[in-house]
Design a protein around this ligand. Structure first.
Ligand code: KG4
Ligand code: ZN
Length: 324
């Protein structure tokens, strides 16, 4: 089963071809970061127009690199949400057109499910029930996965997502977009490693997160601490809260595996903390290149999720605030 997957939910144009859900034949990602950087975040219209500019060239390039013809593709998978409507429309439109022209089934895929399946591309075999910490720019969730496509959200952020917190704190510190990797880079230079920022909701009895207060605390501390110390403790605070809640959830739900997923899962402090704190459980991470947005993870999810033959290219639509 060869799936050609398309991902355009935000500012990365992705096209991949994945065989049997796990073997990546080709994975192309065209990043628009340079274009959005002067604005300090993603500009929806620029993102959509760039997706239009890139998508068909990437489809051709993917086929050429995998040395495949359209007739050797079995299915087309495309992200239909959540994300920016304009961006999603370009990817879905491309998927619909190819589905019609190549006479191949179209499979709409939830972007979050894509993140969740990213680690199967690095050889991971899921064991259920699995506990997933899904942390990206738009989402921070703890998910109990009881089987393929069987997701139950057991905790989530009440305000900003972890990636969003990284991005907003980076902006306060005058660092470029996207902020996560910038904060991580700066933090490695910290000499005075003091803990002065709050760890929001770390002792709350539920499994929810809240990161907007951290941003406010950073604003308050600017001028009292060096930028590098602020970056260091902000990163520590986010990682500490995320892993502490994951541990709480693991004790409660006793999963066979803990899966980290999403752009923030590429953070090394978070990974180190997970290794140190979650040693009782089998830990699964995606390869770094599959943490942030890409189409290979969409191809993986499409393979493992139930396929609905009644869904056709002509009755598919984008859903910007789709949940798992
Ligand atoms: O999953 P993703 O690529 O896109 C969404 O679906 O949102 O995640 C992007 C987010 C951004 O907020 C970015 O700052 C964050 O992931 N991020 C990181 C790192 N790499 C990306 N955050 C912390 N440390 C990193 N190394
Ligand atoms: Zn994403």
């Amino acid at each position: 089963m060869r799936i050609l997957a398309i991902e355009t939910s935000c500012d990365d144009t992705g096209v991949a071809i994945v065989e049997n859900g796990t073997k990546v034949l080709v994975n192309l990602v065209e990043s628009q970061i340079k274009l959005h950087r002067p604005f300090g975040g993603v500009v929806p219209e620029i993102a959509s127009r760039e997706h239009i500019r890139s998508i068909y060239g990437l489809v051709d390039k993917a086929l050429a690199e995998a040395k495949l013809k359209p007739k050797q593709i079995d299915r087309i998978a495309v992200t239909y949400g959540p994300g920016l409507v304009g961006s999603l429309l370009v990817g879905l439109g491309a998927g619909q057109m190819l589905s019609y022209l190549w006479k191949k089934p179209l499979q709409p895929v939830n972007h979050l499910a894509g993140h969740l399946y990213a680690s199967v591309l690095s050889g991971a075999k899921f064991k259920f029930p699995a506990l997933v910490l899904l942390v990206s720019g738009g989402h921070s969730q703890l998910i109990l996965m009881k089987g393929h496509g069987k997701f139950q959200t057991i905790g989530q952020t009440r305000d900003d997502a972890a990636g969003e917190a990284f991005d907003k704190i980076a902006k306060i510190l005058g660092l470029p977009y996207p902020g996560g990797p910038e904060i991580a880079k700066l933090a490695t230079n910290a000499k005075a490693r003091t803990k002065f920022l709050p760890r929001p909701m770390i002792d709350s009895k539920d499994l929810d997160f809240s990161f907007s207060g951290l941003k406010t605390a950073v604003t308050r501390e600017v001028g009292h601490h060096q930028k590098v110390e602020l970056a260091y403790d902000a990163e520590q605070a986010i990682a500490e809260v995320l892993i502490s809640k994951t541990k709480q959830a693991a004790k409660l739900y006793k999963p066979k595996q803990i899966i980290l997923a999403g752009g923030v899962a590429s953070n090394q402090v978070l990974r180190a903390r997970a290794t140190a704190e979650l040693g009782e459980w089998e830990l699964v991470y995606p390869n770094l290149k599959y943490c942030t947005d890409n189409a290979a993870m969409i191809g993986a999810a499409a393979y493992f999720l139930p396929f609905q033959p009644s869904v056709k290219w002509y009755n598919t639509d984008v859903k910007s605030s789709l949940e798992l």
